[in-house]
Design a protein around this ligand. Structure first.
Ligand code: ZN
Ligand code: ZN
Length: 235
C-alpha cells in the first residue's frame, strides 16, 4: 500500500489494542506490549480430542469421553474468559475488525505445528446463515480463515458449506438440545472425497457446531476434519 494512504488510514481508522482497546501507539503492532499476556493461553494439559483444558493426567474432557465425535482433532489458542469475551464482542458487533489480525496472528504463531502436522488441503470457516451475515456485515470466522490461509498458502473455501436453518441461538440450550438444533444445519453440495479439511471458528464451547460441520464434511467425502478455534470454554 502507498505509504501516504497508509498514514491517512491510520489517522482515520486507528488500530486499537484487542485487549485494552486503547489506540495503539505503534500502528504497526497488533497489540500493545503491556497487553501481550492479557489473554490466557490453553496450558499443556488439554483434551487430546478437542483441545479443551483438562485436569493433570486426564486425556479427554468429560464431553469427549462420553460422546462420539465426527471431527478427528482440534485445538484452541486461548481460554474463553471475561477479557476475551469483551474483546470478541467488540470484534463481532462493534466493528473492531482489526482485532481479527491479532487473533489470526496468534493462531498462526501458536498452532503452526498442528497445522503442519495435519496438512490440510483446504480451510473452511464456520458459515453464518445468509440472514445473519447480512445483518452483521461480516463473518468473524471467515476473516480469520482468510488470514490463516494466506499465511500457510492453503486455499480457503468460503461457500463450500452453507448454514441453512435459522437455528435457535445455541447459548440457552444444553448439549443434547444443541446437537438436535444443529442437525442438518450445515449443507454442502460439493464432492470433497479424500480431502483433509481444517475448520476455523472463533469460539469452541460444547463442540456441537464443529461436530455438525465435521459430520457434513465427512458425508461429502472428507477423509479428515480438524479444527482450530481462537478460544475454548473450560469444563
Ligand atoms: Zn492494550
Ligand atoms: Zn474434549
Amino acid at each position: 500500500m502507498n505509504k501516504y494512504v497508509e498514514v491517512l488510514l491510520n489517522i482515520l481508522y486507528p488500530r486499537h489494542c484487542p485487549a485494552c482497546h486503547r489506540i495503539l501507539k505503534d500502528q504497526k503492532m497488533l497489540i500493545c506490549p503491556e497487553c501481550e499476556q492479557a489473554f490466557c493461553r490453553v496450558g499443556k494439559d488439554y483434551c487430546l480430542k478437542c483441545g479443551k483444558p483438562v485436569k493433570k493426567q486426564e486425556e479427554y474432557c468429560r464431553e469427549c469421553s462420553g460422546l462420539c465425535r465426527s471431527f478427528d482433532q482440534g485445538k484452541s489458542v486461548f481460554v474463553y474468559n471475561g477479557k476475551l469475551r469483551q474483546s470478541l464482542v467488540r470484534y463481532k458487533y462493534y466493528g473492531c475488525r482489526e482485532y481479527g489480525d491479532y487473533y489470526a496472528d496468534a493462531i498462526c504463531r501458536y498452532m503452526r505445528r498442528d497445522i503442519m502436522r495435519w496438512q490440510p488441503d483446504v480451510i473452511v470457516p464456520v458459515p453464518l446463515t445468509g440472514r445473519k451475515q447480512r445483518l452483521r456485515g461480516f463473518n468473524q470466522s471467515a476473516y480469520l480463515a482468510d488470514r490463516v490461509g494466506e499465511q500457510f498458502q492453503i486455499p480457503v473455501a468460503h461457500g463450500l458449506v452453507k448454514k441453512i436453518h435459522n437455528t435457535k441461538s445455541q447459548k440457552k440450550l444444553n448439549a443434547a438440545q444443541r446437537k438436535r438444533n444443529l442437525a442438518d444445519a450445515f449443507r454442502t453440495e460439493e464432492n470433497i472425497r479424500g480431502l483433509t479439511v481444517l475448520v476455523i471458528d472463533d469460539v469452541y464451547t460444547t463442540g456441537s457446531t464443529v461436530d455438525a460441520m465435521a459430520r457434513c464434511l465427512k458425508a461429502a467425502g472428507a477423509e479428515y476434519v480438524y479444527f482450530i478455534t481462537l478460544c475454548t470454554g473450560q469444563q
